[in-house]
Design a protein around this ligand. Structure first.
Ligand SMILES: Nc1ncnc2c1ncn2[C@@H]1O[C@H](COP(=O)(O)OP(=O)(O)OP(=O)(O)O)[C@@H](O)[C@H]1O
Ligand SMILES: [Mg+2]
Length: 206
């Protein structure tokens, strides 16, 4: 079992949307997936109110639940952790237990500094437990200047970005609102980018 955590204490960076869609894609490829919602606002738990998800959703009440994940959810192929929208003890717990940290960042210039907090967490933990981390550009828009600034900022951290980005699309917003993923829509471009991103993620575990 491998644990992948979507973490960025900056609210609204696309963690939950990315976690839902990547988890849906992994489930579609036959993997047994559990998603752990660590956000006190419980967006992912609420997203699954109508229980349409084809993967299992757990809600972590405290960092203790997160520390237990490797033992409690050992039967799954992947456990996906959806991080909280603020820096908390739960974020540190997720850093400690996971095999891969994915840091979603948007091309908004104001967003990037908060990702710095995750980088700090990483540095602090690195002494005891080096963990693989990747940036994931989300809500990508075709605005070259903003994208280049973001790419430069990412390059300066020494943490690599995924080659595949998640584009800003209505289908992400609409499907999540309906308790679904883009795989329940006919947006082929969205499904395609999530599939390629998921393959990139899986390659890290080969
Ligand atoms: N690829 C996308 N295209 C369009 N809108 C998006 C995309 N990804 C996220 N959004 C929108 O941006 C907002 C924030 O996204 P999301 O809830 O996934 O972020 P988050 O990091 O989980 O936020 P929080 O920190 O509050 O948990 C939501 O309104 C969501 O619908
Ligand atoms: Mg969220």
């Amino acid at each position: 079992m491998k644990i992948i955590a979507f973490l960025n204490p900056k609210g609204g960076s696309g963690k939950t949307t990315a976690a839902i869609n990547v988890s849906s894609c992994l489930t579609g490829s036959g993997k047994k997936i559990a998603v752990v919602d660590t956000d006190p606002q419980m967006s992912l738990t609420n997203w699954n109110k109508a229980e349409k998800a084809e993967f299992d959703v757990y809600t972590a009440a405290s960092e203790k639940d997160v520390y237990q994940v490797r033992k409690d959810l050992a039967e799954y192929d992947f456990v996906i952790i959806d991080g909280a929208g603020s820096l908390s003890v739960i974020t540190s717990a997720a850093v400690m237990v996971c095999d891969l940290i994915i840091i979603p960042v948007t091309p908004s210039p104001l967003d990037f500094s908060a990702a710095g907090s995750v980088v700090t967490v990483l540095e602090a933990q690195a002494y005891n437990r080096p963990v693989e981390a990747r940036f994931l550009i989300t809500r990508k828009i075709e605005q070259a200047t903003m994208l280049n600034v973001l790419k430069d900022s990412i390059a300066q951290t020494g943490i690599k970005p995924f080659k595949t980005a998640i584009t800003q699309r209505q289908s992400y917003v609409k499907s999540v609102m309906e308790g679904e993923s883009v795989f329940d829509t006919n947006d082929g471009a969205a499904k395609g980018e999530i599939a390629i991103l998921t393959r990139e993620i899986l390659e890290l575990f080969e």
